[in-house]
Design a protein around this ligand. Sequence first.
Ligand code: ZN
Length: 310
Amino acid sequence: MYRKIVWPNNKKFAFTIFDDTDRSNLKDSQLIYDCLDNLGYKTTRSVWINKSNTQNSTEGITCDDKLYIDWLLEIKKKGFEIGYHNTTCNSSEREVIKDGLEKFKKTFGKIPIVMANHSQNKENIYWGSHRLSGSRRLAYNILTLFRKNKYYLGHDKNSKFFWGDLCKENISYVRNFVFSDINTLKNCPFMPYKDITKPYVNYWFASSEGNNVNTFTKCISDKNQDRLEQEGGACIMYTHFADGFSENGKISEKFKEQMTKLSKRDGWFVTVSTLLEFLKTENKNTEINSDQRRALEWKWLFNKLILGST
Ligand SMILES: [Zn+2]
């Protein structure tokens, strides 16, 4: 099943980006967002609320930095969205998460809040093998030697990392499956969707793989842009803008070139939650059934095994 969408203002397709905050610094972030702004994009930038109390190589700038908050509020005013990437780059227990969410809402506003789990955090919600169900979970556990079976505990009521109820109360959209195809909606036509096996998440969304500058520019190649437009699809790129997009004060030429080409097409360039809110109103049935869940999980497992998608 493929949903053909009539996009607002008769746009031919939709495109946005979820930027995972890992390893980012203020200077390079400013360069990238100036570039996006100049090209007319409105995308989603995720943040960490607090500095971690340990040495962690994935850590970048956090909302403990006043200059950073000023800049985030500036880009928010321009139409960019601020998303949540857990409280900090390390695992946080319930009370810390609770405070972090309050600080987030106070600084950036209330729902909709869009988030992605940070892969190393124990409080991740339905992560590791819990992204899957039935035989897919077993297959995943065997492939990962059961390492990711009991590590993630955000949905486990008996754990000190439990925050499922807070997630339900505060977060509108959580990212799950990532596919290598540019047309995210074609791979996950139900999004944003509810999954009865994961009750603490209001709605899930999928993404397209753009982990670093190489995979990102490959995914938005000329050929793929043509197809996204022809199919009238929607793309939510998932990326780390700190990974090769801007180095030594210079934006990647390839990135700039592909994003410039895309910006000249007649696309709907909005933030992740604007796109998902729109799709939600278009969606007659937001809860996936077991056949749809099974198909989606197998497709992602296949993508992960063959292509290494996140
Ligand atoms: Zn991350």
